[in-house]
Every structure is written in structure tokens, then in C-alpha cells.
Design a protein around this ligand. Structure first.
Ligand SMILES: [Zn+2]
Length: 450
């Protein structure tokens, strides 16, 4: 593509108008859903509707505004006010809400409201059937558990802070307070992996010896997911932390889900020692030339006896040869443990699903931390507002990922996510959304995703 062609193509990119079209296509009732949330404010003092505030927060995220102050400066334009008015449907909107107004609202709003909003969005994507091909083995929705640290403080910030003692460079012990979050992401397809559930990992009591940990948070999170998505066929994925018998039991026996966990020798010792034996055993199947690396896989079903466990255990290993930076031969090896019975036919798909989880963990949070959202930036010191800001980022990310998956210009112009979000900001600030745009936003009925 020549430079001139690129400029021409870029002009067709309508930025914020297309973003609104995609959002409207997937979630016709988004506005109504936001208004259905329990408004915590005293109605006689409110100027802004819940849609004004929620859409402003969504725009803050998708336009890559990292701080509340930055947002306030950049959004202070007539065009922005007019577009927000269109999005929120509040005809009386005359000014952009002040960031204190947004924070005050988020301090009071129950995080359950935003979780509920996300549930409606995810449910409608699943029911829409557009992503049915993304299911594993044609049946299971992959749910990936992934935890990360969010905010770090030198002084105790609230009663729910987690605490760790770190050694500083001069050898002194220093206490560090922090907040952690556990995410459950649902894989809709290779490019669209969105948040389905969030559990904040925090101390219930001040007693720091009883720190909440990821596995307990995961148990709470699974319980919520079962409640919200009763009949959804699920395959839970996670790292070796979860590859323990009680947790596997919980997934399979209690919730009737399948699982696929990374296996490490430290977690299932007996199994780790036995893996070499499994490879040479007569019940083991070996298959060569798999995946794009043409590697080799081994699998054996029902090795629970060997692992001295009762829970169903099917194991598989995938390895391939590559060269490191110095050109030395190197073997890359993955091992998994699963409730799904492995066959020659489903082997490659299970391997790809297992490796995909690794990719998502590394890329997903990294994008959210260092890419456009900066989820580690503290928008409010209030812990309730902090949670709501986080949930709003996940909701924005659902809209952003759908927009990115639809956007034909990004692929053609090989545009980065960062530039796409600057493009959204530019169009939000500069573009007057016309009546013609409005009918385009509402009329568009077929949206093809990559
Ligand atoms: Zn805290």
C-alpha cells in the first residue's frame, strides 16, 4: 500500500462512530442495562445520569487516558459533550462531568452492579452464537484463571491490604502493602478473550498471618461463575497452582466442569517422577509432527493410580526442538493434566488450548498494565472506587476487543493498539457525530469479525 493509499484508507476510519456502531451491534440494550443498576446517589442532588458517568469512564479507558486529570483536560470540548450526550441518551447533558463527580459515584456504587452489567454483556455474546466456533472440542467454553498484583503501597492503605516483607538494597526489611486480583477470562476466539469474573484477593481481617491467597479466591470465583452461568459447559484452565486433587475435584464433581491444568513436578510429585515411565509405558500413545513446530506429544489416560490419587487424571506432554539465541539446541516441553480423555483426534486441539492459556496470561495483563489502560494506575484511593474503576476497565476492554476484532483498517494499515486508541481520542475530540452517523450506528446489522 502506498502512502497516499494509506492516507485515503485512514480517512475512512470513523473512529468513535465505528466504536459506537460495534458497541451498539453487540449490545443494543447497553444504555438500559446501565440505567437498571442500583443508583447509590440521592436523586435530588444528581445532575448526571448513570449512563453519563459510565460512558465517560468507558471513553477514558478506550481513549487511553491514564489519569483522571488527563481525561478532564482532553475531554473538555464541545464535540466531546455532544458525543457523550448521544451515547448516554441524556438530552440535558451540558457539561462533561467533573472527575470528582465520577469518583464520588464510584465510591458509593456497589461493585456487584458493574459485575452484573458485565454478566449481561458476556451472556449476550454467548447467546449470540457468533463465537460458537471458539469452543474447545466443539463444546466447552475455556475459562482461564489468572492472578496478578495491582497496586503497591509503602504504607498500609486500607484494612484489606495484603502485606509482604521485602528486603531493600541495603539489607533492611521493608513492609509492602498491595492489592491483588484474580481474573477469570473466557476465550471467545483467538483474538477475543474477555473478563467473565473478577475476585479481589484481600485480607478479611487485619490479621496478616491469615492472608487470603489465590487458591481461596479461585474457590470463591468458581462459586460465583457457577451461580451466574449455571448450564454453561466449561473447561477451566490454569497454571500448576490449581493442579491439586481437591481443586480438580471441585471443578469436576461439584460443578460438573472439565479442567486442563499445567502440570509441574512440584505439584504432583508422584506423577512427575512417573512421567518418564509414562512415556515408555505400553499404555502411552506417541504422536509426531504436531502443531506448527512439528513437535512430539505423549499422552496417557487414567493415570490416577500411578499418581496415587482418586481424581480422574489424564496426562499429556508436548515437546519440540528449537534453537536458543546462541544457536544451541533446546527442547521446549509442556505438560498438562486434564479431566478430558485424550485421543489421537483431539490431541492437537488440547495442546493448542493449553499453550494458548500461556500466551493469554502473558499478553493479557501485560496489555492492560502497559498498553492503553494502565490498570495499575490508582484513580482513587477509596477501595470501593478502586474496584469499580477496575471493573469499568474490564467492561471497556470487552468493547475495545470487539472493536479491534471488527476494525478492517487496523489490519490493512498494520496499526498498533496504542495508535488505535489515540485514533479514538482524536475522533472523539474532533468529530461532530451527524444524524447520518447516528442512523449508521443504529442500522448496521452485519458485523464480521476476524
Ligand atoms: Zn488497601
Amino acid at each position: 500500500m502506498t502512502k497516499k493509499e494509506k492516507r485515503k484508507r485512514k480517512k475512512q476510519d470513523r473512529g468513535i462512530v465505528d466504536f459506537m456502531m460495534v458497541a451498539n451491534h453487540f449490545f443494543h440494550a447497553l444504555k438500559e442495562w446501565i440505567l437498571e443498576m442500583d443508583d447509590p446517589r440521592n436523586p435530588s442532588y444528581t445532575t448526571y445520569t448513570q449512563t453519563d458517568l459510565t460512558y465517560m469512564a468507558i471513553l477514558k479507558n478506550v481513549c487511553g487516558q491514564h489519569s483522571m486529570r488527563e481525561m478532564e483536560e482532553n475531554f473538555n470540548k464541545e464535540t466531546c459533550i455532544a458525543t457523550l450526550r448521544l451515547m448516554s441518551g441524556n438530552q440535558n447533558l451540558e457539561e462533561m462531568p467533573h472527575y470528582d463527580t465520577l469518583n464520588y459515584y464510584l465510591e458509593k456504587l456497589s461493585p456487584d452492579c458493574l459485575s452484573g452489567l458485565r454478566k449481561k454483556m458476556v451472556t449476550s455474546l454467548i447467546r449470540g452464537k457468533q463465537f460458537n466456533r471458539g469452543r474447545m472440542l466443539g463444546k466447552y467454553w475455556r475459562i482461564i484463571l489468572d492472578g496478578t498484583g495491582l497496586f503497591y503501597f509503602k504504607e498500609k492503605h486500607c484494612d484489606n491490604c495484603l502485606c509482604v516483607t521485602r528486603k531493600t538494597d541495603d539489607g533492611k526489611a521493608m513492609k509492602l502493602y498491595y492489592h491483588k486480583v484474580l481474573e477469570a477470562k473466557i476465550v471467545l476466539n483467538d483474538n477475543v478473550v474477555i473478563s467473565l469474573g473478577t475476585e479481589f484477593i484481600e485480607n478479611e481481617k487485619e490479621d496478616i498471618s491469615k492472608q487470603d491467597c489465590e487458591i481461596n479466591a479461585a474457590k470463591r470465583l468458581l462459586k460465583k461463575i457457577k451461580k451466574d452461568y449455571k448450564r454453561l459447559p466449561i473447561c477451566v484452565q490454569g497454571d500448576a497452582l490449581y493442579a491439586t486433587e481437591p481443586f480438580m475435584n471441585l471443578c469436576r464433581k461439584k460443578y460438573h466442569w472439565e479442567y486442563l491444568f499445567t502440570q509441574k513436578n512440584t505439584r504432583q510429585k508422584k506423577l512427575g517422577e512417573g512421567f518418564e515411565w509414562i512415556k515408555s509405558g505400553e499404555d502411552t500413545t506417541r504422536k509426531k509432527g504436531l502443531c506448527k513446530e512439528k513437535g512430539t506429544a505423549y499422552y496417557a489416560n487414567h493415570v490416577e493410580e500411578l499418581a496415587e490419587k482418586e481424581e480422574v487424571m489424564n496426562v499429556l506432554e508436548y515437546e519440540y526442538e528449537t534453537k536458543d539465541k546462541e544457536g544451541k539446541k533446546q527442547i521446549i516441553r509442556f505438560q498438562w493434566i486434564s479431566s478430558l480423555e485424550v485421543t489421537n483426534r483431539n490431541l492437537e486441539e488440547i495442546i493448542l488450548a493449553g499453550r494458548g492459556r500461556w500466551k493469554i496470561e502473558n499478553e493479557g495483563f501485560n496489555n492492560q498494565k502497559n498498553g492503553i489502560y494502565r490498570i495499575e494506575h490508582l484513580n482513587s484511593k477509596n477501595s470501593n472506587a478502586m474496584k469499580n474503576h477496575y471493573l469499568l476497565t474490564q467492561i471497556s476492554d470487552i468493547l475495545m476487543q470487539l472493536y479491534l476484532a471488527w476494525n478492517p483498517y487496523i489490519k490493512e494499515l498494520k496499526q498498533s493498539i496504542k495508535n488505535t486508541s489515540s485514533g479514538l481520542l482524536e475522533s472523539f475530540r474532533g468529530l461532530t457525530v451527524t444524524q447520518e452517523d447516528v442512523s449508521y450506528i443504529n442500522r448496521y446489522t452485519t458485523v464480521y469479525l476476524e
